[in-house]
Design a protein around this ligand. Structure first.
Ligand code: AMP
Length: 208
């Protein structure tokens, strides 16, 4: 089963993935994280990716498909969750050929709440778990002991560019997936547990 998560930055896609992983055996394909992993190697490709991410632009499709395919090939799980892919029609068409989505969850959240969440977001440099500074008072990950830090691309300039890209290129996919009869809209303003519970119900109803 292929699940796609769509939502503006800060809508809680990464947090939802972590919650779902506690209940389901998942292969998670987070293109943003896979690209950040390449950045962390310090390779020349990583330097190129970092420059684009800092500006909030989209990394070229061939590079994204390359990291995505590598992760997909090593998959032996029944459920695959795509977080951050597809981001436009070109990517959605590529995904339809590769792994047609069975469920697309649109995490609906206002831009104002999303900005507030992003600016108080801390990510573990080791395990990738996401925290909110309003709910945690340490820079050490309670999950694995790794260092909690702000994402290098969580600057106001990059955030605004990513919002612009979302409404222009990603939002129209909602219509496509509605027509494909696979779209589920979820109110993302609730607590992480509430959002996860709603999404788990949707997934379990379709996973029999
Ligand atoms: P995210 O972790 O989803 O917020 O993504 C962080 C950054 O990684 C984005 O701003 C893009 O620069 C890049 N990125 C992530 N997913 C994609 C994608 N599907 N296509 C192109 N660039 C991407």
């Amino acid at each position: 089963m292929n699940i796609v998560l769509i939502g503006i930055q800060g809508s809680g896609k990464g947090t939802l993935v972590s919650s779902l992983e506690k209940h389901l055996d998942l292969n998670v394909i987070s293109t943003g994280q896979l690209l950040r992993d390449e950045v962390a190697t310090g390779s020349s490709l990583g330097k190129h990716i970092k420059e684009i991410q800092m500006n909030g632009g989209l990394v070229e499709l061939d590079i994204v498909m390359d990291v995505l395919n590598k992760k997909l090939k090593s998959n032996n799980k029944k459920i695959t969750v795509f977080d951050g892919f597809p981001r436009n029609t070109e990517q959605a068409n590529a995904l339809d050929k590769l792994a047609k989505p069975d469920i697309v969850i649109y995490l609906n959240l206002t831009k104002e709440v999303a900005v507030d969440r992003i600016l108080s977001r801390l990510t573990c440099s080791k395990c990738g778990q996401i925290y909110n500074t309003k709910r945690i008072n340490t820079l050490v990950c309670p999950n694995c002991g790794g260092k909690l830090e702000q994402r290098f691309d969580d600057t106001i300039e990059s955030i605004n560019k990513r919002f612009e890209g979302f409404y222009k290129d990603t939002y129209p996919l909602i219509d496509k997936y509605k027509k494909d009869n696979v779209l589920f809209e979820v109110d993302a303003s609730g607590t992480p547990d509430q959002v996860a519970e709603t999404c788990l119900r949707i997934i379990n109803e379709h996973n029999n």
